[in-house]
Design a protein around this ligand. Sequence first.
Ligand SMILES: CC(C)(COP(=O)(O)OP(=O)(O)OC[C@H]1O[C@@H](n2cnc3c(N)ncnc32)[C@H](O)[C@@H]1OP(=O)(O)O)[C@@H](O)C(=O)NCCC(=O)NCCS
Length: 156
Amino acid sequence: MMDRPKITLRRACRDDSADLLAWRNDPDTRVNSRNTAEIAQASHESWLDKALNDANRRIWIVERDGRKIGTVSAVRTASAEVELSITVAPEMRGRGESGGMIRSAVLESMTEWPDVVIRAVVRVENAASRRAFERCGFGVTGEDDGLLVYRLIDDG
Ligand SMILES: CC(C)(COP(=O)(O)OP(=O)(O)OC[C@H]1O[C@@H](n2cnc3c(N)ncnc32)[C@H](O)[C@@H]1OP(=O)(O)O)[C@@H](O)C(=O)NCCC(=O)NCCS
């Protein structure tokens, strides 16, 4: 059998706006987000314009064989931590893509911001996301109102 083509990460651009909004407004993404409200196109576009120019934020598009399979974003917080969030495109979920996406985003974040602590905040009931971060060396370091705070403990 042929090897699976490798995934690549590239910085998002304005042309990715519609995909990013569709993935963000997908019902499973909303249920698992801190803000569960549906986002209107106009507010998404003004948010994206700012986000793409924010030195403390990166939005990566993940592709396999030229096809977009999802996104990972990283935000550097005031406490000099970087918080990752991941969304696999709905039609690509459940196929084992999340681990490679998280690992690639960890490497990119460490290159962008050496010496920061990398974290992710995951809803207790989001079993797939918890498993994915745990498989990538993250461990639970706190909990607040049903949200687990994971930090990268072992980057292998
Ligand atoms: C959460 C999400 C990123 C996981 O990606 P995915 O491609 O669906 O998951 P994967 O196929 O890579 O599976 C990851 C792990 O979870 C397990 N898993 C997958 N679906 C599961 C489920 N419904 N319940 C329990 N475990 C599950 C897999 O078996 C795998 O574990 P393994 O490596 O031990 O086999 C993806 O479903 C998604 O984008 N969801 C909506 C947005 C979201 O929740 N983002 C995370 C916010 S913190």
